[in-house]
Design a protein around this ligand. Structure first.
Ligand code: ADP
Ligand code: ADP
Ligand code: MG
Length: 588
């Protein structure tokens, strides 16, 4: 086996991979962007190298830089984790061309599955049922509208290169097609450098059920059962569990057979996931394949007892799978909650900032995959995940009870988190009864009535900590001491309490999209980059009309007018960065 692995990622997944390497006796090399020099993932590795962005938009996307570090550090293999370069076939090819081992499938398999149109074609040929849709690009909104008229609306418009919920729009009527088309193509271009769209029938209220597979170089392919990921916001997963309450042994065997057939068809190697939609009649339809480890791989590990990252490493070293399909058994139940720095009460707006208090839960059946700590900065440059909280139980009821208990123990201060949202979900009959479908959070408004998170002011506005000199007398002896205090006492309360609430952001209670002050001032609830300004100075707008789109943490946040009025003092322009609390315009 190789001896040194370069981990081309950051955050929790970099540590997760590092832990697997350590258990196998492998040395690890971390990379970090300059601002993450002291980040836990960089500290965890045996060696850590700074990486600059170079030609890329983020340091962690700098392929040539990574290869140079691998050479310098003597790494023999590269693990990409998820996101960043994990599904970049060119980078995988460059790794192989440099004589290194790529811990993942062959570049051809990544490329075949990375283009969702090509993937649909291959899946169809392998006999896997597909969501009704096109197996070719849809070139114009008119063409898309005609498809919708044929299949019946709603219509899903999806970027061929899309992922992470981006490049995906739904048109409920023909009239909504032009806007949905433009938005999906725009995101496809911006995030994936590919504006190509395809269309699918939008399945109403399906469940998201996916199959984990493992394949070795010797023709061995097995599946490890399913995960259900129906609790989503904006088509992004928030809670995942294994097994799915909707899947019985027969359905599992049929979905598993479809998944392994497609994996064989592309000579797949490594860990991969085939995502399906399951409709109310338990018909399943292939959606896409993720050719990497997934965020929610943990729940499968908890119920199968198989360490998926160690399996990836062993497969990449050329070992055959040590398990036959009949040996895979699911025991008990596991649930994962994504703990994100987002405010559920403000439409899940990301809240970058510094974590001022941090205490993780523990005890029986609880696992945390994280990379956060007190003082850790949730940067607007990366996605908003703080940690993954996983609860395992002998059955679903026990897993739910443990998760609720652990959520109550979890303490995170300084940034908003999805913890209150998860508490609401885990207490909700729709979730408890296993009835969740992908639209249920938005339809039932779960989390909407939570109070907005009360946060210390944005880091930029907080003066640096100040030292004070004191002289203390103890038992007749005098000591000179220097006390360091945060300039804002609200930022670090005593006794590990939640941050004090004396200072709030200039955002009102209520919807995450609109943020309006009493005097008609429209205030940005987030820090980010202005992607688009939808109005001009002097325009008349109705409440709810789009004013601008701000991108933060890889999400597009629509800022809408809080009331009817005229746009005055428009203070933003496309391409500018904007801070939390900054004034966007006055709607008067
Ligand atoms: P997975 O497919 O592993 O479940 P997701 O579908 O949630 O993961 O995310 C796919 C990719 O998008 C991941 O590689 C992840 O890095 C990235 N991602 C995760 N969360 C977000 C987010 N809130 N916004 C944008 N991208 C995200
Ligand atoms: P991504 O690459 O962003 O993960 P997917 O194609 O996997 O995109 O879809 C993500 C989510 O979007 C699904 O879990 C589901 O909620 C929704 N979705 C995608 N396609 C459809 C469809 N045709 N009908 C209904 N929902 C869909
Ligand atoms: Mg997906």
């Amino acid at each position: 086996m190789f001896r040194t692995v370069l981990i081309a990622n950051r955050g929790e997944i970099a540590i997760r991979i590092g832990r697997a390497c350590r258990e196998l006796g492998l040395a690890t090399v971390a990379i970090y962007g300059e601002e993450e020099r002291d980040a836990p993932h960089a500290r965890y590795a045996d060696a850590a190298f700074v990486i600059e962005a170079g030609e890329a938009t983020r340091p962690y996307l700098n392929g040539p830089g990574l290869l140079a570090i691998a050479r310098r550090a003597g790494a023999e293999a590269i693990h990409p984790g998820y996101g960043f370069l994990a599904e970049n076939a060119e980078f995988a090819r460059a790794v192989l061309d440099a004589g290194l081992i790529w811990i993942g499938p062959a570049p051809d398999a990544i490329a075949a599955m990375g283009d969702k149109i090509a993937a649909r074609k291959l899946a169809g040929e392998a006999g896997v049922p597909l969501v009704p849709g096109t197996n070719a690009a849809v070139a114009t909104p008119e063409e898309a509208a005609a498809l919708g008229a044929g299949w019946g609306f709603p219509l899903a418009l999806k970027a061929a290169g899309g992922g992470g919920g981006r490049g995906f729009r739904v048109a409920r009527t023909a009239a909504e097609v032009p806007d949905a088309f433009a938005a999906a193509a725009g995101e496809g271009q911006r995030f994936f450098n590919n504006p190509t769209l395809y269309a699918e029938k939008y399945i109403e209220a399906p469940k998201h059920v996916e199959i984990q597979i493992l394949a070795d170089r010797h023709g061995g392919v097995i599946h490890l059962g399913e995960r259900e990921c129906s609790t989503q916001r904006r088509h992004q997963k928030l809670i995942e569990e294994a097994p799915s309450p909707a899947v019985d042994a027969d359905l599992r065997a049929r979905m598993g057979a479809a998944a392994t057939a497609l994996a064989r068809a592309v000579s797949y190697e490594g860990a991969g996931t085939l995502e399906f939609l399951l409709d109310a009649d338990k018909n399943f339809y292939f959606m896409e394949m993720n050719t990497r480890i997934q965020v929610e791989h943990t729940v499968t590990e908890e119920v199968t007892g198989i360490d998926l990252v160690k399996a990836q490493l062993r497969i990449a070293a050329g070992e055959p799978l040590p398990w036959r399909q009949e040996e895979i058994a699911l025991r008990g139940h596991a649930i994962e909650c994504r703990i994100n720095a987002e405010d559920p009460a403000r439409g899940f707006a990301p809240t970058p900032g510094t974590i001022t208090e941090y205490k993780e839960p523990g005890g029986a059946g609880i696992r945390i995959d994280g990379a956060a700590e007190r003082g850790f900065v949730i940067s607007p440059s990366y996605d908003s995940m703080i940690a993954k909280l996983i609860a395992r139980g002998s059955d679903r009821g026990e897993a739910i009870a443990r998760m609720r208990r652990a959520l109550g123990e979890y303490l995170i201060g300084g940034v908003a988190s999805t913890i209150p949202f998860h508490q609401a979900v885990l207490a909700h009959p729709v979730f408890v009864e296993g009835r969740a479908a992908t639209d249920w959070i938005e339809r039932d408004g779960v989390g909407r009535d939570l109070p907005p998170a009360e946060l210390p002011p944005a880091a930029e506005d907080t003066p640096a900590p100040q030292a004070r000199e004191y002289t203390l007398e103890v038992n007749g002896k005098r000591f000179a001491v220097r006390l360091f205090a945060d300039a804002d006492p609200a930022a670090s309360p005593p006794n590990g309490a939640r941050p004090a609430t004396s200072r709030q952001r200039a955002t009102p209670k209520g919807g995450g999209k609109a943020a309006g002050g009493g005097d008609g001032a429209l205030i940005s609830p987030i820090q980010g980059t202005v992607l688009r300004v939808a109005v001009e100075e002097g325009a008349a707008v109705k409440a709810g009309a789009l004013i601008c789109v701000v991108e933060a943490m890889k999400m597009e946040n629509e800022i809408a007018a809080p009331r009817d009025g005229t746009v005055r003092d428009l203070a933003v322009a496309t391409g500018e960065t904007i801070k939390i609390g900054a004034k966007i315009a006055t709607i008067a």
